[in-house]
Ligand binder design. Sequence first.
Ligand code: PNW
Length: 469
Amino acid sequence: MTTYTFPEGFLWGSATAAFQIEGAVHEDGRRDSIWDVFCREPGAVANGDDGTVACDHYHRMPDDVALMSELGLQSYRFSTSWARVRPDDDQFNPAGLDFYSRLVDELLGHGITPWVTLYHWDLPAALQSNGGWTNRDTAYRFVEYAEAMHGALGDRVNIWTTLNEPWCSSFLSYAGGEHAPGHADRREGLHAGHHLLLAHGMATARLRELAPSATLGITTNHTVADPLDPSSPTDVDAARRIDGMFNRFFLDPIFRGAYPADVLEDLAGLGLEDAIQPGDMEIIATPIDVLGVNYYHGEAVTGTPSSDYAPVVGPDGRLRGNPNIGSEWVRSVSRGLPVTDQDWEIQPEGLTRLLVRLHEEYTGPAGIPLYVTENGAAMPDVADEEGFVDDQDRVAFVRDHLVAVHDAISHGADVRGYFVWSFMDNFEWAWGYDKRFGIVRVDYETQHRTPKASALFFRDAASENCVRG
Ligand code: PNW
């Protein structure tokens, strides 16, 4: 057995997102977000689930924070809900701002460092009626919202990330049709992607003025794409394309101030250029202090090159698109690796490769540290009568990925912390409540919380600053 000890000060935390846990969607002035609307569309979310109650965190927040403290979490990454603090794209809502202010006080009172994400996908529905992220104006609205959040929390919060996973909130949402608002339009997907990056850059610049000493960043989601057959030029090109859209489309503008040339070529004629205005790329490249990395799995890719593509109408009448804009012919195929409850392949070594590469190609040269802001697994809900889940499968997943982080650090990557996704079972977007990612179990009948074996494992790892395996 080897003991993997992490560098001193390594940050152990857990994460959630507002829409996935809060509930209380129409309380204290909150109004619909695009996810509330999307959940009402037949066929959009498994079982017709929605966020009306979720984990009822809005009413149980102090108890939830107390549990985080019992489990030894050093930091808690949460998102603030734009639809709660500025429901109508008009006045800010004091009751909404107050909820997050109380959350921050509660965290600090327990010695837990708050890590704020300003946008985890719950755009106010009022803004979607003007085009949402396809409208450049939404980026300016985001800056106003960021300013308001800083005004409410900036005296106590030091770590701010602008966006969570812009790949999801652009390509998967506006072109893939899988996430709210559920559109299947390539041009919309690309414009949303550009405007999200612009929003990130402008908000970062504004927050920097307001809080020169704050730690500012963004969280991006990544994949590690390998050619199914490394000797096939088509598969190699497929992997390049997926890497381009998932990873480099977002990182190159942020760290290098330009979209990658090969990606622009793949996307020629699809309308991205129409969204880019003079000066945008400089704004997007506003320096950041930290990069949050979300990693769940890599993939092997293949396909038959084709320029034919059209969204299809699903059995429920909804349009189904494809997030691989301009490379819709690329498919991910199983390599026969073990999978989670969501059929995502379990591939810890992908995380090592990803972190080393990000460090070498993007963050290292700029002296910027990496944090794993999400990693975790959906696993079956097998609870005993007391509601305890002995999730040794999740324990192994988290341990193996922590070892992978340790390997990346040994190879020179500057990784400063790890946030397990998620603190508790919650609304897993298009999968509804079917898929459970929590290290704490939620009984949705009683709202009772029960730490799983993985929570106890994580508590011990955090307190000892090491894992064994
Ligand atoms: C991330 N995909 O979502 C999010 O940041 C979390 O809110 C979410 O619960 C977690 O990962 C687990 O899914 C993703 O289809 C959702 O590729 C879907 C995809 C990727 C990330």
